[in-house]
Design a protein around this ligand. Sequence first.
Ligand code: SF4
Ligand code: SF4
Length: 67
Amino acid sequence: MPSKKYAVVDKERCVACGACTKECPRDAIAVWRGCYAVVDKRICVGCGKCAGTCPAGCILTVDREVE
Ligand code: SF4
Ligand code: SF4
């Protein structure tokens, strides 16, 4: 049963600091080529830890659509 939520990054505002990648318990978020963070939606459990640690406040947890 997948989680109901997952994280999304506003890549325009991400400063690629990597703080979120250290916080994620699932290794579901990574900084892509030093540009911005990307979430692997399949692994993310929507816990919000990354959002809580992001200094730019550019991560939101959103409802997963029923697939
Ligand atoms: S919401 Fe939780 S599992 Fe998903 S990327 Fe953020 S820290 Fe990782
Ligand atoms: S913590 Fe925020 S600003 Fe830093 S890499 Fe992650 S999403 Fe980007």
